[in-house]
Design a protein around this ligand. Structure first.
Ligand SMILES: [Zn+2]
Length: 98
């Protein structure tokens, strides 16, 4: 009896995993077609995804101002590291003028 249910559970687990994989694949396809993301041009060259290095002048203990590299979230992609390629098209869809 217990063995029967174990098999059922295994089947469900396997089925769910497969569905999830299929869903992910389908979702990726959907994203590529309707919602393509491209690497953010502002921060893709930096060492940290979604962040850009910018120099800030700080006063050191010697009394000298020196530039210090600090990381901050990229404004262009809000720290995501990628932006929507068809952002402009989408805003056009939003305004329906007849
Ligand atoms: Zn960015």
């Amino acid at each position: 009896m217990a063995g029967k249910w174990e098999h059922l559970n295994e089947f469900i687990k396997e089925h769910e995993a497969r569905e999830e994989a299929e869903f992910t694949a389908a979702w990726d396809k959907y994203k590529q077609r309707f919602n393509p993301f491209i690497a953010c041009p502002e921060c893709k060259g930096s060492d940290r995804v979604g962040q850009i290095e910018h120099e800030r002048w700080v006063l050191t203990s010697n009394g000298v101002h020196e530039p210090v590299g600090v990381w901050k979230d990229c404004d262009n992609c809000n720290g995501l590291g990628e932006i929507q390629a068809d952002e402009n098209m989408e805003t056009k869809h939003g305004t329906n003028t007849y």
